[in-house]
Ligand binder design. Sequence first.
Ligand code: 3HC
Length: 707
Amino acid sequence: MPSPAQTEAVQPNPVRYARQGRIGVITVDYPPVNAVGHGVRSGLVAALDAGLADAEAEALLLVCAGRTFMAGADIREFGKPSAPPTLPQVIARLDGSAKPVIAAIHGTALGGGLEVALACHVHVALRSARLGLPEVKLGLLPGAGGTQRLPRLVGAAKALDMILSGEPVGAEEALAIGLVDAVEDGNSPLEAGLRAAERLLAEGWTPQPASARTGRIAGTDPTLFTAMRAELTKRQPHLFSPHRIVDAVEAAVTLPFAEGTARERELFLACMDSPQRAGLIHAFFAEREVAKIPGLPAGTPTRDIRKAGVIGAGTMGGGIAMCFANAGIPVVLVDNAPDALDRGMAAIRRNYEATARKGRLTAAQVEDRMGLIHPTLSYGALADADLVVEAAFESMEVKRTIFRVLDGTCKPGAILATNTSTLDVDAIAAATGRPQDVLGMHFFSPANVMRLLEVVRGARTSHTVLATVMALARRIGKVGVTVGVCYGFVGNRILQQRGREAMALVGEGASPEQVDRVLTGFGFPLGHFAMTDLAGIDVGWRIGEERRKAGDPEAQTPSWLDVLAERGRYGQKTSAGVYRYEPGSRTPIPDPEVASVIGEDRRSRGITPRAVSDVEIRERCLYAMVNEAAKILEEGIAARPVDIDAIWLHGYGFPSWRGGLLFWADREGLGKIAAAVQRYHRDIGGPQWCPSALLLQRAADGQPIGC
Ligand code: 3HC
């Protein structure tokens, strides 16, 4: 091997080997996140061979270039045959290296990336680094020794906690639990790693690989695993991989390392074959895909958003203001009623303080965030805002008045957004002289929690404004999905179909509990009626009452749900709605009073209740959604199936392991869905069951509707 202190790289990208003094440096350079794909795996083996053959390299250092350490196996390779060297083979080589290997971690060491690091003999992390095994979020388990090495370093209980949650830990915590050996300041993993390597050599230390350590797993209480299995059965009844994770970690404490690793592999491959893995990986890419908007030219310039404004200090407006403050963006909160403003600010403070009580914010952070929200009665404070979101009462007249005022108040180039959930964004934009700067930002309640943001592109919204708001969505931690203008946009329009069927099914003889049981059995966290209780029955009832009073011919006659609202049963907030709730509890309990209101409603409509099967409930609730989603695609309200999938995943609790509404529809069988839609159209009728032409076409052609 060449002898100069700084050798030339002997490996081409994505992995290179070079020596610095007596340390052989292996650098992975595979943007954007150094995913451990085939090229990286082969490169690592070749670089390790070079380092071992380099007589002047006394220790080896593994670092990554760019913004992060390796962020895991290359997810794009999943489902395809794995070309050698496989990740476990690479990892076995590192583990068995005759020279000590130090991993210096920056950014995020995740999944297979952390497993590579764990196979190294010493682990050093920059203070800002985060380390985790998030495979469970993809329906997998760590399949390259992670379930065997992590318990040996941090103990079985902490390992289970990390692997089952998939949440990374910070460097400080990693040091405290024994996951890393040292935490270094600075921004350069290379410098930190070289320092650690020199220390190691100077101290003459021969580190023991994690695979050979048993101290932390000896004497593990076997009831840990029984208790965890029982908890999972209760907490995550649908999920496949968590139970296999418990099996794998149990193998780490009950079997010798080699046998435990073989068991982990078996369990990993079972997860890899599971449909849940395919669904969760679709959901992972869907979240990223929606940010790429068809037809928006690459490099579209964006505007700086340094100051925001929100109109309306109600629950929604307050939540939106918090989104900006959470991202460090100063925000002016405007309301025309002083008491509403005071109530809104008090609610925001209560919200932050509750988060602080859970340990997720410090008292200082609460004050910092409150300090970024400036309440005012004056629209004048919006003059220099870069973006204003209107979250006022849902009335076209009110909104158009506000937009006229904003047009006269805000500086040229300010973006004016409405949070309407139903109204025509183009009609609102037409109240201004700058429709190119107007669009919808449809947040979901509670706005500071829910990740979905429907970005409603008006007929005249400019590319720059759309690109700016999509980038802003990411900055404030939302999944922004671009949609077109129509009643209810995408999410609520589909929800309306499910709601209509749920109500009709109860009208015909099902109970709300039965409908909800079928939906939670499908994987929704809440059934339709439990969700109605959470959202509040009174909102829809009040809108309906206004319309009935105004003599609106399309206003529906009051339903049994309206009768509940008339009786003051608004849902969770009054401890009674479709269900009743014990004080302080969110568990829905069926209530005979509701059954009798429903019975009375059926009698008044002359309906004799019939037994409704679970299969019918499943089909009518879910297939009606698919049919509407197909119409939304036909009309171009959503540009791609993946947009609809992301909306229902992030705004409505669609089970992520099913991939998304249209991804699931293809697996359910489009032919089966199309036939059922046609049957319900014939038997039940109504525009909702009128089959989507796109759905029928794809079913007839045997083509998927999702992706
Ligand atoms: N494989 C392939 N591509 C990946 C990837 C991976 N593991 N991780 C991220 N990417 C891609 C993204 O799809 C995105 O591509 P795009 O620009 O074309 O849309 C790009 O890298 C950048 O990703 P993000 O937009 O997510 O960038 P962020 O900076 O917001 O986040 C991250 C970076 C925290 C690393 C995040 O991407 C992430 O969480 N990645 C997944 C990590 C993971 O789950 N790893 C485990 C994989 S499974 C495994 O390792 C199995 C093993 O045990 C055998």
